[in-house]
Design a protein around this ligand. Sequence first.
Ligand SMILES: Nc1ncnc2c1ncn2[C@@H]1O[C@H](COP(=O)(O)OP(=O)(O)OP(=O)(O)O)[C@@H](O)[C@H]1O
Ligand SMILES: [Mg+2]
Length: 222
Amino acid sequence: MLSCKNISKHFLLGNSLKSVKVLKDVSLNIDAGQITALKGPSGSGKSTLLNLISGLEEPSYGEIYLNKTCLNKLSINELSSFRNNNIGIIFQFFNLINDLSILENISLPLLLRGVTKKTAEQNARVLIDNIGLLDRIDYKTNLLSGGECQRVAIARALITEPKIILADEPTGNLDAKNTLNVMKLLISNCRMNNTSLLMVTHDESLISEFDKVLMLDSGKIV
Ligand SMILES: Nc1ncnc2c1ncn2[C@@H]1O[C@H](COP(=O)(O)OP(=O)(O)OP(=O)(O)O)[C@@H](O)[C@H]1O
Ligand SMILES: [Mg+2]
C-alpha cells in the first residue's frame, strides 16, 4: 500500500554548502490496514519521514508510492488533491482552526473536496458522536482541553476515509489517561475502516496493539 524506496533527505545548513543527512536510504512498506508505530530518539528523523510521506516535503533521493501513485511525480496541485483524497494527518499540537467550531473543523476537509455542507455536517455529526463530544458540537475549539482537541483532530483526519493516517506524536502533549483514550480511539477507528496508521509514539503502554514497530536511529531504519 505505502512503499518508501531508498529515500534520503538532506538539508542545506543556512547559506553554507554544508548539508546534514537526516534520512539515509530508508525503505519501508506498510500494508493496507496495518497499524505501525514509528519509534526512535529525538532528532532521528521521525517527523522528517512523516513530512515526506505526507508530501509536505520532497525527498533528496528515492521515491514514495501510495498504491500505484508516485507522490514525487505529482505537481503541487495534484499533490494537494491526492493528499485530501488519500492521507489523513494528525499533529502533536492539533493544528485545529480555533475560530471554527468542532462541527466546522471536522466538516472542513469534505467542504474542500466539494461535498455539500449538509452532507459534510451529517457525516461530521456521526464522528463527533463517536469521539464523545456531541454536547459541545458548536464550541469553538480554543475552549477545549488538549485531549478533546486531539479527539477533534482524529475525527477531522477520519472524515475523508483516508487510506492512511500519519500521526506525529498525537499524544505527546497529553496526560496518561488521555493518551490511552486517544490512542485507543485512533487505533479502533483505523481497524474498523481498514485504514493504515503510521504513528510516531514513545508510549509503551499500548505497543501490543500495533501490528509492527519501526525504529529509526540516526536517519536509518534499524
Ligand atoms: N529544515 C531543516 N533544516 C535543517 N535541519 C533540519 C530541518 N528539519 C529537521 N532538521 C534536522 O533533522 C533532524 C531530524 O529532525 P526530526 O524533526 O525529523 O526528528 P524527530 O525524530 O522527529 O525528533 P523528535 O522526537 O524530537 O520530534 C534534526 O537533527 C533536525 O535538527
Ligand atoms: Mg518529531
